[in-house]
Design a protein around this ligand. Sequence first.
Ligand SMILES: [Zn+2]
Length: 69
Amino acid sequence: MEFIFSCPETGKTFSTEDFSIMDGQRVFTDAEGRKSLNATIILENPCPLCGKTHEYAADEMICPFTPSI
Ligand SMILES: [Zn+2]
């Protein structure tokens, strides 16, 4: 299944199914200082837009059924 990712370098989106999900590998601190463990999504291949390998927090993911703005 392809997911849609946003490239932080170019601000554009692309879709790929070459990613892996790492559960609870990172501690995130939210705006109120609370720490929580979130899944991290790591691209298996470099970004097709900028050539870098991006990582995303699972809750930053763009729903593939929602048009990106
Ligand atoms: Zn990129």
